[in-house]
Ligand binder design. Structure first.
Ligand SMILES: N[C@@H](CCC(=O)N[C@@H](CS)C(=O)NCC(=O)O)C(=O)O
Length: 269
């Protein structure tokens, strides 16, 4: 059977969700190379080839040609003649097409499935809009030559804070282990947690400013990490490398600045 090709970059939140799901759902074989290396993951009846792109932004766009994804973004998959983009659509497809995927990832029960769809739809215009805009307009803006404004940053912070509060109050009620009070994770848990992990790029103090007051979120993130370990850690290794190099660049630019002593969050990988 032809391999499913996964075009992804581990610096991209939705890519990581797809990579972790692929690796979790198959028997992980090996994960070679940070950029441009090929990743082989063998699933029960399929071989998946994960092609990591070379760099951010425009390079990703040129790598993921319009033939693969007319939007020029990652993640995208090619399964024979079938091409698909949008991480949530990909996760739904893979959860349905891989044999033997445990039901909790994308439940057959229509009511539960619809609740998961509702979270996935909410994610894009709330949590992702807040978190991705914030990261883009603060930590990444100088590297991408992006013009930004305090107003955009303030709005993104507000939406992010509001979204984190909503996740706790709506989907992590009581001592819920995963969203919707489920004892096991779904593709929505994976997508949302990968999005929040991107806040690492902001540095420890900033990340703590957003997450420090959200204990339920921190526990839930840790639950998702444990449930998908070691694939979760592997998929996030590059993010921590990027974070370390950004911090050292910042320190070099401002040699008088003191390193953070305010680490309090458990989920450090
Ligand atoms: N809604 C899309 C978002 C995809 C997306 O924003 N991908 C980014 C990386 S996180 C990308 O490829 N950016 C490159 C570009 O737009 O040129 C999904 O969930 O897959």
């Amino acid at each position: 059977m032809q391999p499913i090709k996964v075009y992804a970059d581990r610096r991209s939140q939705p890519s990581r969700a797809v990579i972790i799901f692929c690796r979790y759902s198959g028997e992980s074989d090996r994960f070679r190379g940070d950029h441009g290396g090929s990743v082989q993951v063998s699933a029960p009846h399929r071989r998946i080839q994960n092609i990591c792109s070379a760099a951010r932004g425009t390079l990703i766009a040129s790598f993921v040609s319009s033939e693969i994804n007319p939007m020029g973004q990652v993640p995208a998959i090619v399964d024979g003649r079938f091409k698909l983009f949008e991480s949530h659509a990909i996760l739904r497809y893979l959860a349905s097409v891989f044999p033997g995927v445990a039901d909790h990832w994308y439940p057959a029960d229509l009511f539960t499935r619809a609740k998961i769809e509702s979270i996935l739809d909410w994610h894009h215009s709330n949590l992702r809009r807040g978190a991705a805009t914030l990261v883009m307009h603060t930590a990444l803006a100088p590297f991408l030559g992006l013009a930004t404004s305090p107003h955009v940053v303030k709005q993104a912070e507000k939406l992010l804070m509001q979204s984190l509060g909503r996740i706790e109050s709506v989907w992590l009620k009581g001592d819920a282990k995963f969203l919707l009070g489920s004892p096991q994770p779904s593709i929505a848990d994976l997508s949302l947690v990968c999005e929040i992990m991107q806040l690492e790029i902001l540095g420890d103090d900033e990340r703590d400013r957003f997450l420090g007051a959200h204990e339920k979120i921190l526990i839930w993130m840790d639950n998702v990490k444990k449930a998908t370990s070691p694939h979760f850690e592997e998929a996030h290794e590059l993010l921590f490398q990027v974070k370390a190099s950004m911090l050292s660049n910042a320190a070099a630019a401002n040699q008088t600045s003191e390193p953070s002593t305010k680490l309090k969050i458990v989920s450090k990988l």
